[in-house]
Design a protein around this ligand. Structure first.
Ligand code: COA
Length: 165
């Protein structure tokens, strides 16, 4: 499948909302956020997130202009984190997830950050393998999803970033 990775901009609030709600509905246990809460957010919130200069949101878009993947880079523990990673089931295992991760790595490095941090559930084999393929390693921090999903444990992973080329 041909796809392009593009940053969402001010004015793309509805695209941001649509793909994030689709992700939360399709793979609820991959995320700490829950669909019911996200559905309550105003259109202005989806828009405002795209206006922030300390965040970046990228989507993977097909040649037919259908958004099939999402990722967000945002502040996390005095560094920067990778959030909201999701690829539509019908296009998985085709390189979309890797391309989205690469986009956030590039964004974080260009912004001068030293580390890119993420949390991934221990039972999420696909995501763990994806992050390992990009060089993320566990840093020893262990967490869990919010109640009532505290049985889903997570290990934090970190990628140390080089200087911009
Ligand atoms: C995890 C996810 C983003 C992977 O997206 P994808 O587009 O299928 O990933 P890619 O095709 O780019 O794969 C890149 C690498 O990830 C790994 N990988 C991806 N899917 C995998 C799977 N099902 N099993 C094992 N490894 C897998 C492989 O190392 C792969 O490299 P390879 O193609 O050289 O083998 C996707 O499965 C997804 O959206 N899952 C549900 C949401 C989720 O779990 N988000 C992460 C929250 S932390």
């Amino acid at each position: 499948m041909n796809f392009t990775i593009v940053p969402l901009r001010c004015g793309d609030g509805q695209r941001n909302k649509a793909i994030r709600l689709r992700a939360l509905a399709a793979d609820p246990d991959a995320f700490g956020s829950v669909l019911a809460e996200a559905q309550k957010l105003s259109d202005g919130i989806w828009q405002q997130r795209l206006a922030r200069t300390d965040m970046a949101t990228f989507v993977a878009t097909t040649a037919d202009h259908i958004d099939v993947g999402l990722i967000v880079g945002a502040p996390y523990d005095n560094e920067v984190g990778l959030f909201s990673m999701w690829v539509a089931p019908e296009v998985r295992k085709g390189g979309v997830g890797g391309a989205l991760v690469d986009a956030v790595i590039e964004w974080a490095r260009a912004a001068g950050h030293h580390q890119l941090i993420l949390d991934v559930a221990d039972n999420n084999r696909a995501a763990v393998a994806l992050y390992a393929s990009r060089g993320f390693v566990p840093n020893g921090k262990i967490g869990m999803l919010p109640p009532p999903r505290e049985h889903i444990t997570e290990h934090q992973r970190v990628l140390v970033l080089g200087t911009p080329s």
